[in-house]
Design a protein around this ligand. Structure first.
Ligand code: ADP
Ligand code: MG
Length: 478
């Protein structure tokens, strides 16, 4: 049965979580990535597989991709007859293969060598496809702002508006799942939408693997091309974003190269954006000179989202799922109460609940359903029978009163308020039913529990200290 559920979940996750897909956008023609020669070599190899050998020799073997501009691919052919013959007989298959390789659709224009105009001739020979690696889903528009990330968002937007101008480098740090990668992509997407600037986003692992790749020798036994390609990729750009720099590791040579790249870009007023799970000072494996440089610009952190932000994010995600079933408030609160420190986990919880409801042939989403759907997803032990007692104990300890008082009937403020808090936690974090909570609190009526939960909810809207106290207690639940 478990296997059945997890299969179904993975299936739904395919539809519900487009965010996990890695995108590699081939957006513009620039100076990095795949060069014309490699494109054409790949193209010819594929054509060769598809056409008769004799045809290949006559019609394709001696062609050269000369340039690509304004969605036209200029191909040099050996004789006049090639122009019409290719056009009339091979256009479709050529289009198909070319699109496959480049990710964009082009029309072909055939030229004899002597027809190349001076204008085209002036184009740099290494005109190539620019890779940005940006995920178009991560934008400022769908980045929900709250207390914990508003500074990070504001500075990111300032950088996006004027890259290389202020805050260089921009160093964003914070725990996993708090939106660092999302913000970086948002900056990149903003820049490519509003300017012609060249943007490159890579993880630090990618940087390392590209750097290691330099040493691969070509068929002539040297690696000159690789060095050149690497330099172009990382230096002929306007904005470089390196995600999760903590994985740059302590490979000296890689750090040296990163140092050189950094200096080169920085010296040319190019924007550098770095993310990490810790502050520059805590990046113990990095050389001092890199750490110092990271502190030249602006360092900002993203903190875990507070309850309000978690609720706002849930609203946004539910909205973006385009659900036509109702996602009740208490389910949102249940999820927000249990995912306190990782937005990725919060998204996963929504996906699970939706998938579960769909799987139950479209049943309504209710708190009971959510508790069931998420029972293995949230820390296993959180939802269990004796959790109510544990919460009572934690609350009693926190407010320095006895569990008996919590369960009892005393109505003095120093007892009544912790009792309401305990009931609130049992309801919203444990997802326990009202009657059950009433029962565990000395046989109180479910309306009393409901009233208490409401009371705390209202109070939380304005009382930040209470929120901190509750978070502290919830974090102790084992
Ligand atoms: P990090 O890089 O810090 O580990 P991510 O940027 O990958 O975190 O964020 C994890 C998930 O949470 C992503 O799907 C992202 O879209 C989402 N997310 C994070 N912060 C926000 C936010 N403020 N608003 C909306 N979604 C967010
Ligand atoms: Mg990340």
């Amino acid at each position: 049965m478990n296997y059945f559920f997890s299969t179904i979940f993975s299936f739904f996750a395919l539809f519900l979580k487009p965010f996990s897909v890695k995108y590699s956008c081939l957006l513009k023609w620039g100076d990095i990535g795949m060069d014309l020669k490699s494109i054409w070599t790949t193209f010819l190899a594929k054509i060769e597989e598809q056409v008769a050998p004799a045809s290949y020799d006559v019609w394709f073997k001696d062609t050269i991709l000369h340039n690509i501009e304004d969605n036209i691919a200029y191909i040099i052919v050996p004789m006049e007859i090639h122009k019409t013959h290719l056009e009339e007989n091979y256009n479709n298959i050529m289009q198909e293969i070319f699109t496959d390789i480049t990710g964009s659709i082009f029309t072909f224009k055939y030229l004899l060598d002597e027809e190349i105009t001076s204008e085209i001739k002036e184009e740099p020979k290494t005109n190539v496809i620019m890779e940005t690696n940006l995920n178009p889903q991560y934008t400022f528009e769908n980045f929900v702002v709250g207390e914990s990330n508003k500074f990070a968002r504001a500075t990111s937007l300032a950088v996006a508006e004027k890259p290389g101008f202020m805050y260089n480098p921009l160093f964003i740090y914070g725990n996993s799942g708090l939106g660092k990668t999302h913000l970086m992509h948002a900056i990149g997407n903003y820049i490519i939408k509003n300017s012609n600037k060249r943007v490159l986003y890579v993880t630090s692992e990618k940087f390392v693997s590209d750097f290691i790749g330099i040493n691969k020798k070509n068929s002539e036994g040297n690696n000159f091309d690789n060095v050149e390609i690497f330099k172009r990729k990382y230096r002929d750009i306007d904005v470089l974003m390196i995600d999760d720099i903590q994985y740059l590791g302590n490979a000296n040579q890689t750090q040296q190269e990163f140092f050189n790249t950094f200096n080169d870009l920085y010296g040319n007023n190019k924007q550098i954006i770095i993310s990490s799970d810790r502050s520059p000072d805590d990046l113990k494996l990095l050389e001092d000179r890199l750490r110092t440089r990271f502190n030249w610009g602006l360092t900002i952190d993203i903190l875990p989202p507070d309850f309000k932000l978690r609720m706002d994010i849930i609203d946004k995600k539910v909205e973006s799922h385009g659900l036509n079933i109702d996602f009740p408030q208490d389910v949102k609160e249940f999820i927000a109460s249990n995912c306190t420190s990782d937005i990725r986990k919060l998204e996963g919880a929504i996906t699970r609940v939706v998938a579960y409801a769909t799987m139950m042939s479209g049943s309504n989403i209710t708190l009971d359903l959510a508790v069931e759907a998420l029972k293995d997803y949230f820390t296993k032990s959180i939802i269990s029978k004796n959790k109510i007692n544990q919460v009572q104990q934690l609350v009693a300890n926190h407010y320095n009163i006895s569990v008996e008082d919590l369960k009892g009937k005393k109505r003095s403020a120093n007892i009544k308020s912790p009792r309401q808090i305990a009931m609130y936690i049992c309801r919203t974090v444990l997802g326990e039913s009202l009657p059950k909570i009433g029962n565990e609190f000395g046989g109180k009526d479910h309306t009393t529990v409901m009233h208490s939960v409401e009371k705390i909810k209202q109070e939380l809207k304005t009382n930040e200290i209470l929120e901190m106290e509750i978070t502290k207690i919830v974090n102790q639940i084992k």
